[in-house]
Design a protein around this ligand. Structure first.
Ligand code: DAH
Length: 347
């Protein structure tokens, strides 16, 4: 047809021919090649439209309009034919029994949040409800922030090569706890009052076992202001425990020691598995230790820029993996980063 001179007539002829060919296309394959031959990018209709320049100027607009109209009609006819053939093919397959509609469907796997993420989000929510903001601080720390500014003396066992991942760069390490974030927060906020939680991953050079992992989360908390007292710490942490583990859940504080708090304590909650009756998880004590806490040491306040004769504060640190383990009676911390779906799918 390329040799024929172009007229409106040649266009109509081509369209009629295309429609006839469409009618005789009997299956999906034939339809596909029909589309390539007539409507494809290099198809006959497309090519004929491109030849519009061969026409006298005054005939071109009418030709263009009609060409687009015919093209649309062919597309519509094609879509209709596709649907009809698909339906016919499906019916045929059903009749022949190729599709067994009684087969069970394939289950769609649903993703979910990691148990640590779920617990972390619950903890964030509770502290947010109590007016604490989240303060993010870095995983890679300096010896100064991780230890020195927190009043951890040079001979302290936590600084041992056995406990800390040091980098090849002098004085740079992976944080062993979220406490260095306290210094970052204080230096940023000083002299304003502070109420933040500092969540994040911590790293320790441990022999991995059912109880110890080389990475784990902590959620640190810090409140600094005027007249912040130990009773504020006790009341706030008890409130947290009741929101986290249920209203009426008992708590108790035991004296403890941390270099960056004075006085220091640990908080226990009444065992959430046996309600304080005594069981395997609480080792028959009726209590579970869930966090360390204390009044921020004056030296630490000072390192953060606050005058300890004017300001006071409390701090705490908890481990969400440990809390999750207690809550669900999980006996091995290695499950958390083992990526075993049989474990993860239970949460
Ligand atoms: N940094 C401590 C640890 O890793 C946890 C901790 C205890 C944090 C007492 C605190 C605190 O803020 O007051 O074991």
């Amino acid at each position: 047809m390329h040799n024929q001179p172009l007229t409106g007539q040649t266009l109509e002829q081509l369209a009629a021919e295309a429609l006839a060919a469409l009618e005789s296309a009997a299956d999906s394959k034939a339809l596909e090649s029909w589309h390539v031959v007539y409507l494809g990018r290099k198809g006959r209709v497309t090519q004929m439209i491109r030849r519009v320049g061969e026409l006298p100027k005054e005939e071109r607009p009418a030709f263009g309009r009609r060409a687009n109209e015919l093209k649309r009609e062919l597309e519509t006819a094609y879509e209709k034919r596709v649907q009809a053939i698909k339906a016919a093919e499906m019916e045929k397959a059903l009749a022949e029994g190729a599709i067994d509609v009684t087969l069970p469907g394939r289950p769609v796997a649903r993703g979910r949040l990691h148990p640590s993420t779920q617990v972390l989000r619950r903890i964030y929510q509770i502290w947010a409800d109590m007016g604490f903001q989240i303060y993010r601080s870095r995983d890679v720390e300096t010896d100064e922030y991780n230890f020195q500014l927190l009043n951890i003396p040079p001979h302290h066992p936590a600084r041992d090569m056995q406990d800390t991942f040091y980098t090849t760069e002098e004085g740079v390490l992976l944080r062993t706890h979220t406490s260095p974030g306290q210094i970052h927060a204080m230096r940023e906020y000083c002299p304003e009052p502070i109420r933040v939680i500092l969540p994040g991953m911590c790293y320790r050079y441990e022999q991995i076992s059912a109880r110890y992992e080389i990475q784990f989360h902590q959620v640190e908390g810090l409140a600094v202001g005027y007249n912040v007292r130990f009773t504020d710490l006790k009341g706030t942490l008890t409130d947290f425990a009741q929101r986290m583990f249920g209203a009426g859940r008992k708590t108790r504080f035991r004296a403890s020691y941390f270099p960056f708090t004075e006085p220091s304590a640990e908080m226990d909650v009444e065992c959430i598995l046996c309600d304080g009756q005594g069981c395997r998880v609480c080792k028959h004590t009726g209590w579970l230790e869930i966090l360390g806490c204390g009044m921020v040491h004056p030296v630490v306040l000072q390192n953060g820029g606050y005058d300890p004769t004017v300001y006071s504060g409390y701090a705490f640190g908890m481990g969400p993996e440990r809390i999750t383990m207690l809550k669900h009676g999980i006996e091995d911390i290695r499950y958390f980063w083992g990526n075993d779906l049989r474990f993860l799918e239970q949460f």
